[in-house]
Design a binder for this molecule. Sequence first.
Ligand code: NAD
Length: 265
Amino acid sequence: TGTLMAGKRGLIMGVANKNSIAWAIAQQLAAQGAELAFTYQGDKLKRRVEPLAASVGSDFLLDCDVTNDDQMDATFAALTDTWGQIDFLVHAIAFAGRDQLEGSFVDSTTREGFKSALDISAYSFVDAARRGSAIMKDGGAMVTLTYLGSERVVPNYNVMGVAKAALEASTRYIAADLGPRGIRVNAISAGPIKTLAAAGIGSGRHMFRFNKAASALQDNTDSKGVAGAALYLLSDLGLSCTGETHHVDGGFHAIGMPREEPLRA
Ligand code: NAD
């Protein structure tokens, strides 16, 4: 615990349950004194998010499906009414239909599947950043979550890789737009972590095994590391860092070819 986020208020979008990356980030920010509001996707998830929010002293919960403009309006209106201004925004939301996430990218990607993946996983950040920046203090910060499948081909990640490429490019454009106000906008590229969203990607077991074997740290990614990176990027520690895609993946992205035999079991 500490005071890096003392006096700062922000919105966390994307907690579904205790395994959510957004939840790891929320806990880290709360432990540093941040005051948090949460969005959840529909009543089914409210039951899960409510007790988590309560455990970090928040009862500020907003029902918000990012494809629903009325709910986005209501979310940011509630923030404006209750807090007036915010200091930070966390976007940890992605979706692609299951039929889009297996087998051949070129054969399985439909127009509707492409549209909804890009809408929910990339445009929603642009939308939230526009709305959030309207009530964000100068010097505030935003973070989104991305994955290496944007830069390189990962089996079954398919249209989500294309969506993450759009998300990372959007991060750079938003960073440039908001930079004059001292607002920093960054993406964290996390290695595979066992969450609800990750379970939707085919061949999960292979993915975790391969990432462990082929990463520099020869271990899977711990969401605590992702939360630490978010704390750095969202607090004043991150001064001067913006428009960046920061990898927190055990160094997997840095490896060109894995060793024949792992250095440790
Ligand atoms: P998660 O399932 O816990 O979180 C995904 C969230 O997206 C859920 O809270 C879900 O409700 C929300 N969501 C989906 N569609 C939505 C919609 N239409 N409106 C509102 N919310 C919606 O899984 P996670 O792994 O914590 O995912 C968080 C972010 O991290 C995602 O952007 C994901 O792509 C990214 N990420 C995950 C991994 C991983 O391996 N788990 C790796 C890198 C990046």
